[in-house]
Design a protein around this ligand. Sequence first.
Ligand code: SF4
Ligand code: SF4
Length: 179
Amino acid sequence: MAKVKKLGKHITINANNCIGCRACEMACSAFHAKPRYSSINPKRARIQIVRDLLKNIYLPVFAGQYTAAECAGRTSYILDGKEYSNCDFCRASCPSRDLFKEPDSGLPLKCDMCEDTPALALPKCVEWCPNDALIYEEREEEIEEEAPQLGEVQISVAAMIAKYGRQEVLETIARVAQR
Ligand code: SF4
Ligand code: SF4
């Protein structure tokens, strides 16, 4: 596959600096509200803070790819004396938990790095993080040319088909389109 040069956008997480304030969740949900900034609902955010107050755990996790199937195993990790499950680190919107799903429709959410025109100077979660737990960096990278990625609507339709079946989705779309 051909290599292409691309400006890579990265957010590095410094979990030691995270204080669990959830400003990142609020900023992300406001930016992605329709119309933009019309509401704030952290459940709609594409970043979630895994929090366990008793264990002093605050771990930012960004929404990644949707997956129709949950994984088979569960593992625990102990880091700095704190116990995490592998689900705590997982970025997938998957059937076994409510994380990274639009709360009304259940459709998957994915971090899009706050793509906008014109481009933002910083993604919203980074801009609003008060404690430098999220560090943004752009760097030119040589990567293998990717197959075109599915857009948000295509990912949502795929999720609906996985949940309700192709026929039900096609019939519903046809009914709604006639209204
Ligand atoms: S980069 Fe943008 S889309 Fe991704 S989690 Fe942060 S605010 Fe949300
Ligand atoms: S805004 Fe920063 S410090 Fe606050 S919860 Fe999010 S990552 Fe942690």
